[in-house]
Design a binder for this molecule. Structure first.
Ligand SMILES: [Zn+2]
Length: 168
């Protein structure tokens, strides 16, 4: 719009009658040129900002791509690990089945009770009269029997199956 106005002013200059009018037109063009130059500066500044924004958007995008690839790799490695652990679990379960079928049913029954009462940690050593499961003292007579290793004993405090172990 300003440039249009300047062009029209220049056309008017040819047919101007007075010196005063002539100077007024020149003055107006000068002002318009100054305004235009200010607008151009502002435009350039905004273009610079735009460049910066585009740069950071593209940086963010490539970072995102990297994270995506990383997530895919992690998922793959986790699912491989899961597969491996499942195989391990199955093999442990079948070995458990096989072994427990060979154990005296009465012992198995006591083991299962101890397991339920101790969150699965059913068997523990007794060292120097101390149950390693609950760190309580085993009564002296029971400790003596335990050292003979010919009976199945339960800790009277935590109900774990206990066995005698020499201090290292
Ligand atoms: Zn105990």
């Amino acid at each position: 719009m300003n440039q249009d106005r300047i062009r029209k002013n220049n056309e008017r200059l040819v047919s101007v009658k007075t010196n005063k009018e002539y100077h007024a037109i020149l003055k107006e063009n000068e002002d318009l040129n100054r305004t235009n130059s200010g607008l151009e500066d502002e435009m350039l500044k905004k273009l610079d900002f735009l460049d910066e924004d585009e740069k950071s958007v593209s940086e963010g995008r490539s970072e995102l791509e990297k994270m995506k690839i990383q997530a895919i790799e992690e998922r793959e490695s986790l699912s491989k690990e899961e597969e491996k652990e499942k195989k391990k679990l199955n093999s442990l379960l079948s070995s458990w089945k096989e072994t427990s079928s060979k154990v005296d049913p009465e012992v198995m029954k006591r083991f299962n009770i101890a397991r339920e009462q101790t969150n699965g940690n059913a068997v523990t050593a007794v060292i120097d009269s101390i149950c390693q499961g609950c760190h309580m003292n085993i009564p002296p007579q029971m400790y003596n029997e335990l050292q003979r290793c010919d009976s199945l004993e339960l800790c009277p405090w935590c109900y774990r199956i206990i066995y005698w172990q020499e201090r290292e």
